[in-house]
Design a protein around this ligand. Sequence first.
Ligand code: AMP
Ligand code: TRP
Length: 330
Amino acid sequence: MKRVLSGIQPTSDSFHLGNYLGAVKQWVELQDGHDAFYCIVDLHALTVETDPALLRKRTLASAAQLLALGISPEKSTLFVQSQVPQHNQLGWIMECLTGFGEASRMTQFKDKSSKAGADSARVGLFTYPMLQAADILLYQADYVPVGEDQRQHIELTRDLAGRFNSRYGQTFQLPEAYILKTAAKINDIQEPTAKMSKSSGSVAGVIEIMDSPEANLKKIKSAVTDAGREVKFDPIEKPGISNLLTIHSALSGSSISALEGEFAGKGYGDFKAAVAEVVVEYLRPIRAAALELLEDEKHLLDILHQGSQKAGAVAQETISATYKNLGVVL
Ligand code: AMP
Ligand code: TRP
């Protein structure tokens, strides 16, 4: 079976629809027929200022949401990055393989550090992609399902794996980014030319999985639309409507062209009401399941500890081989 690994940061109380449709939905699908490892990357979340109570709450909330969205602990290994210390061990080795200039070209670092201001950006933000490479290479992953924005980090991971293998002998599987064309890139529903993001300026544009059905209904009914009246997929002229079409289609399974047909001659109001209905009914049972999981913290922690143990065993094999090939005295 091919191995899959991905990670998500516990940096918000709720995942949003972009995280689900751009990433986690693929995770759920890949559980069948693959050996899947899914990691809540809490160490990556430390690259920005964090509050201890919030980090804990969000780590558990992330686990509950992943389970509620369909990650099954029987099928996949779901674990917390910091519980598997081999991530830090291999992270350092990856840092020692990476050129300073190479790391400086990572666009996510450039974006995030320019937002934070050069003086407040942390060294950890700079070395973030090397820890991510370690996350992936520790598990000898074949595929890494992520959103398009992560492609450059996966390329770096491949470069580092290839570099290590050619200098020190075959040690790491070269992973491939698994980025579905159909995996929707979801935009902000208030500012539909920008991607839906937890760091977005206004919460009104972000549909959160843990938001109440009422709140999401209201948000979608107030989504920004475009000039004209026709419900048509045209991301340049009609970014708002196109984004809502993408969302509807991804959740309902109807094709975009079927939806254009269904709403021909109807106005934006009817269309938004239909999108709201689809989103709210899709998310309702997921939110309820996540809330239920959060009520039994012990059970949730048990699942994570079991996952971390399974992950740790695989990670240790890779670290041992890596150290041996590096000439570390064991
Ligand atoms: P982040 O919220 O940046 O930690 O992203 C977690 C995962 O969700 C990554 O794999 C991203 O590529 C994906 N993702 C985040 N925002 C979006 C979006 N608006 N549309 C599609 N995928 C997204
Ligand atoms: N950098 C990824 C993001 O921002 C999260 C991540 C960390 C990740 N480690 C990973 C994704 C390993 C895939 C594989 O979304």
